[in-house]
Design a protein around this ligand. Structure first.
Ligand code: GUN
Ligand code: ZN
Length: 433
């Protein structure tokens, strides 16, 4: 028999969407999580779980929260160096900061170094899986998959496709982009915990031929994913429609190329028409809401209530480096404020779901990550509720008034929590932070 480890603490996970039912989560205040060979084999009340095993190592996280690791469904690893740059709005920010920084990834030593520090930063923030943009350089993809493989981390990424409207050092051609992507798919897709994401950057930087090539690749490799940006900024939309005058709206540009599927993740989607929302919902596509980025670039306020009403699948994501934090706790806090401005005081359970099981389901990964169901990979985090004087004062107050409830604990983490609250991060049962 291989070794068992029993983690004692408060245990929380989702079993369904909180939009479907009130009891969508499990919470064991005095709970236990049991891990064997990197997988979850049991969880529940400590006394009951403990009784089922005789030979195990116990790790005591009493008073701390054990929950599935965060999943960041939209992030750019080559933009870590330019987080928080005064870029004004999207198109200026891309030209002034993003494209120059991404050119540095032509050097594979740079890509290797940045891939490692990126993944370490994810772990510091409690993120255990992500869907990331690399750059146009194939070596940037190799670097990220290689480091992720060393840690046995669940990584989804792909080479950015861009054949126009960008500096020469950052462009490929439709043909070159297709063949480089194919070769990366053959090497990496499904190898260990890696998955390939076909990545046309956005319509402005991709010709019709390139988008069609991307759609063709996905048809040939239907297990791959697609990621791109959609309707983030008004100037971006106008520019797209002038480049694609035959299309009625922005989404149609991607539809014509076969890129609107249930394995497609669209970043932002702030300024969509009702028709575009309906078509995205019908396709089962995923919309990544990135509130820190949208506020930072002044892109607009994503309407989560409308998205929920239409039945669009939404997840929360950081979008670093336009996003201003690697922390999904910070991201949840900003998502709450954006929805406040829309008149929708989104519950902390909805936010948290969209960074864990909701994201895993949206990415078709829920048999591997996102919850503590038996057989899932042991990718989990341990959260300390109070690591700052302010958090301590708040906790003491709520305890004194007998209001130290799960909802108040989680809402506090969302509002005033960050990477400091992540006490430990585990990937397949191995501690990374
Ligand atoms: N649209 C096209 N590329 C990008 C990018 O790198 N970041 C953001 N926020 N939007 C984009
Ligand atoms: Zn993005």
């Amino acid at each position: 028999m291989s070794e068992l480890t029993l983690y004692k603490g408060e245990v929380f996970d989702f079993i369904d969407s909180p939009l479907n039912r009130k009891d969508a989560y499990r919470y064991f205040p005095d709970g236990a999580l049991v891990v064997q060979d990197g997988k979850i084999i049991d969880c529940g009340p400590f006394k009951e779980v403990k009784g089922r095993y005789t030979d195990y190592e116990q790790v005591d996280y009493s008073g701390k929260l054990l929950m599935p690791g965060f999943i960041d469904s939209h992030i750019h690893y080559p933009q870590a160096e330019i987080i928080g740059m005064y870029g004004k709005q999207l198109l200026d920010w891309l030209d002034d900061y993003t494209f120059p920084a991404e050119q540095g990834f032509a050097l594979s030593e740079h890509a290797d170094r940045m891939a490692r520090s990126f993944i370490e930063e994810l772990f510091r923030n409690g993120t255990t899986a992500c869907m990331a943009y690399a750059t146009v350089h194939p070596a940037s993809v190799t670097a990220l998959f290689s480091v992720a493989s060393e840690y046995n981390m669940c990584m989804l990424t792909g080479k950015v496709l861009m054949d126009r409207n960008a500096p020469a050092g950052l462009t490929d051609t439709a043909e070159q982009g297709e063949s480089e992507s194919r070769s990366l798919i053959e090497t990496w897709h499904g190898k260990g915990r890696n998955r390939y994401v076909i990545t046309p950057r956005f319509a402005i930087s991709c010709s019709t031929e390139q988008l069609i090539a991307a759609g063709r690749l996905h048809e040939q490799y239907p297990g791959t994913y697609i990621q791109t940006h959609l309707s983030e900024n008004k100037d971006e939309i106008n520019s797209t429609l002038s480049l694609y005058p035959d299309c009625q709206d922005y989404l149609e540009v991607y539809e014509r190329a076969g890129l609107v599927t249930d394995r497609s993740v669209f970043g932002h989607c702030i300024h969509l028409s009702d028709s575009e929302c309906r078509r995205l919902a019908e396709a089962g596509s995923v919309i990544a809401h990135c509130p820190t980025s949208n506020l930072f670039l002044g892109s607009g306020l994503f309407d989560m209530l409308q998205a929920n009403r239409v039945g669009m699948q939404t997840v929360l994501a950081t979008d670093v480096g336009a996003g201003t934090s690697f922390s999904l706790l910070r991201t949840m806090g900003e998502a709450y404020k954006v929805q406040q401005l829309n008149g929708y005081p989104m519950s902390v359970f909805e936010s948290l779901y969209k960074c864990t099981l909701g994201a895993a389901k949206a990415l078709h990964l829920d048999d591997e990550i996102g919850c503590f169901g038996k057989g899932r990979k042991a990718d989990f985090i341990v959260i300390d509720y109070a690591v700052t004087p302010s958090q301590q004062v708040r906790m003491d107050y709520l305890k004194h008034h007998e209001k130290w409830t799960l909802e108040n604990k989680l809402f506090g983490l969302q509002t005033i929590g960050d990477d400091r609250n992540i006490l430990a991060t585990y990937i397949v049962g191995r501690r990374m932070k």
